[in-house]
Design a protein around this ligand. Structure first.
Ligand SMILES: Nc1ncnc2c1ncn2[C@@H]1O[C@H](COP(=O)(O)OP(=O)(O)O)[C@@H](O)[C@H]1O
Ligand SMILES: Cc1ncsc1CCOP(=O)(O)O
Ligand SMILES: [Mg+2]
Length: 325
């Protein structure tokens, strides 16, 4: 993924992937929570995919290998479902993990960590979930995050940007693409970061929109040519879902219930002109702050933009400049 990938390139890529989903109608196996089943299945159908909510361990080993992608979501986890989740994740299909309310209990966190070890292609969560998961998963690396003090169940108490550094570290340590949803959806493979800024805040007031977005990522994952395109699948799915939310709001939604309806209609009706002109994905340029004198510092990372800051004890930051690479 190069810097020359412009906003226009992303718009075309999003349309390509949505068109491929519509043309190929990938079968997406969801082992997902009871709250999300309806909206996730409807979002998948509206996008052109074929949803299947199957969770009996008697069926999963036979069913999942015949599917194109898998979505595992721990939102209403119970002991009986965990083996099904593990079996679905181990079936050799590309799969996405949604660690809903990862910090809710030790049982849930352990389940998420054990699923993470089964190498999802993508993990999509809100900022609080990604922070909690990273802080446990990277405990040995002394992650500085602590999310439990403000834990509020399935809803985030953080902005997506708060989880960006932890998301990158988690991506590097697990090999998964990490997607942090929010006002900007950040997607990272540990090195590169793209931000998708489609969406409306009202989407947070519809239960299980995050779960539906994760299911849509699985559908997009099913149609990418290379597993290494997982980042594009996640970014485009999130942008397309957010765009459907924007159009849903413009279509006269008065609140969460009517937005839910309009969003699903908008997803179904998206056309090339709308997707290519309105998808907003861009490379996120991040700054590494180096507190030093410009002259005395040799940049250690050439892939980032480096911010040189002149700092004097007792006087704070005097000035700064950005070095682009
Ligand atoms: N403040 C916001 N502005 C615009 N879109 C948002 C905002 N917050 C969340 N979204 C969108 O809502 C969807 C669900 O994300 P989020 O609420 O973070 O997940 P979850 O439901 O898992 O907590 C995503 O498509 C995301 O882009
Ligand atoms: C409210 C709730 N409780 C258990 S799962 C669930 C839905 C969570 O959906 P989302 O993660 O998309 O907010
Ligand atoms: Mg969620």
């Amino acid at each position: 993924m190069d810097e020359e990938r412009t906003a226009a390139w992303w718009g075309r890529r999003a349309w390509e992937l949505l068109s491929a989903v519509r043309a190929r109608a990938p079968l997406v196996h969801c082992v997902t929570n009871l709250v999300s089943m309806d909206i996730a299945a409807n979002a998948l159908l509206a996008a052109g995919a074929s949803p299947a909510m199957v969770h009996s361990l008697r069926e999963v080993p036979e069913f999942t290998p015949r599917c194109d992608a898998v979505c595992v979501n721990v939102g209403t986890l119970s002991e009986g479902w965990l083996p099904s989740m593990r079996a679905a994740a181990s079936a050799g299909r590309p799969w996405v993990l949604d660690p809903v309310a990862a910090a809710a209990s030790e049982f849930r966190m352990e389940a998420c960590l054990s699923l993470l070890a089964l190498r999802p292609a993508v993990v999509r969560g809100n900022a609080s979930e990604i922070l909690a998961l990273a802080s446990r998963s990277l405990a040995a690396a002394a992650s500085s995050s602590s999310s439990s003090s403000t834990f509020k169940g399935a809803d985030s108490t953080h902005d997506s940007g708060d989880a960006l550094q932890d998301a990158k570290a988690l991506a590097r340590s697990t090999g998964a693409v990490i997607a942090v949803s929010g006002a900007v959806d950040y997607v990272t493979d540990g090195e590169r970061v793209v931000g998708a800024s489609n969406g409306v805040a009202m989407m947070q007031k519809i239960t299980a929109t995050g779960c539906a977005a994760t299911a849509l990522i699985a559908a997009f994952l099913a149609v990418v040519e290379e597993p290494s395109d997982a980042m594009a699948a996640a970014a485009c799915a999130l942008a397309v879902f957010g765009l459907a939310g924007e159009i849903g709001m413009e279509s006269g939604a008065k609140g969460p219930a009517s937005l839910r309806m309009h969003l699903i209609d908008a997803l179904y009706c998206l056309d090339e002109q709308t997707v290519t002109s309105r998808v907003r994905i861009s490379l996120h340029s991040h700054h590494l702050t180096v507190i030093t004198d410009r002259e005395s510092c040799t940049p250690r990372k050439s892939s980032s933009r480096i911010q040189f800051v002149r700092y004097r004890p007792g006087m704070g930051i005097l000035n700064s400049e950005i070095d682009g690479h």
